[in-house]
Design a protein around this ligand. Structure first.
Ligand code: ZN
Length: 265
């Protein structure tokens, strides 16, 4: 925002989203909270529960927003957009891709076309980055929806064939391209949102500096103190920002061919 600074997106896009929520949805009713709670998980306090409900509500609104944008883009391509199903969980869940704990983080499963959003991950994101503007949370949803787009476009299927043919090191390179393309697609979504003049590049950069902390290089440095590029599965923070911004600046999905980009070979 021109008047804001920091994660001022909260006053813009997300603020607008919240206004829309209030009008359209009234009270929150996150209906897809944990189906299966592991024994060791403790009950949330009333305050934590309220915050979780808020996050769940936010996720639904952002997802609805991505549906509008992708329906529009698919229509331009002469295709029909099929929505993914949202599953929100805490601690652990069963999925079409197997058992997932909160250590997995948010993910998309191509097999059942469901978006698995881990609310404890969101709690961490908010608390760690003190990001009341919530753009990083929106970005995570948009990234996972990016994987759904890849599934609809047949890219996920090609990837699973490659997985059988390539060595792990070679496959990881493709996996990075896949992840960066999902970031790119999240950027395309943000571009459509920004067409209402609610976002500026500065906001995106600031939001990305929080979101990029999910980059594999950061995670590896934190967990083992050194970086092993060939084991990256999501790309470096710099690459993630680059592709997100490319999507954001072009708003054109034909610009997102990470698989044939010379810088990634
Ligand atoms: Zn991903």
């Amino acid at each position: 925002m021109s008047t804001g600074g920091g994660l001022a997106v909260g006053g813009g896009l997300i603020g607008a989203i919240f206004l829309v929520i209030k009008f359209l949805l009234g009270g929150g009713d996150p209906s897809q909270l944990p189906q299966q709670i592991p024994q060791e998980s403790r009950e949330l306090t009333a305050e934590e529960k309220a915050k979780d409900d808020e996050r769940a509500h936010f996720v639904k609104v952002v997802l609805a927003d991505t549906e509008d944008v992708w329906a529009e883009i698919f229509q331009k391509l002469g295709k029909t957009y099929e929505k993914p199903t949202l599953v929100m969980f805490r601690d652990a869940t069963e999925s079409g891709c197997g058992y997932a704990s909160s250590a997995t983080g948010p993910f998309y499963c191509p097999g059942d076309e469901k978006l698995y959003i881990d609310l404890s991950f969101y709690q961490e994101l908010q608390e760690r980055f003190n990001a009341p503007g919530d753009f990083p949370m929106a970005y995570v949803v948009a990234h996972e929806v990016g994987h759904h787009i890849q599934n609809l476009l047949g890219i996920s299927e090609k990837m699973s064939r490659l997985r059988q043919q390539l060595s792990e090191g070679e496959y990881n390179k493709y996996s990075v391209k896949m992840e960066l393309q999902a970031d790119f697609l999240a950027g395309v979504w943000a571009k459509y949102e920004a067409n209402k003049q609610l976002l500026e590049v500065g906001d995106i950069e600031e939001a990305m500096s929080a979101a990029q902390a999910i980059g594999d290089d950061r995670l590896q440095r934190q967990s083992q103190g050194y970086v092993v590029p060939e084991s990256f599965t999501h790309g470096t923070s710099e690459q993630r920002v680059y592709w997100f911004k490319k999507g954001y600046q072009t708003g054109d999905i034909s610009q997102g061919d990470t698989f044939n980009d010379p810088s990634l070979n």
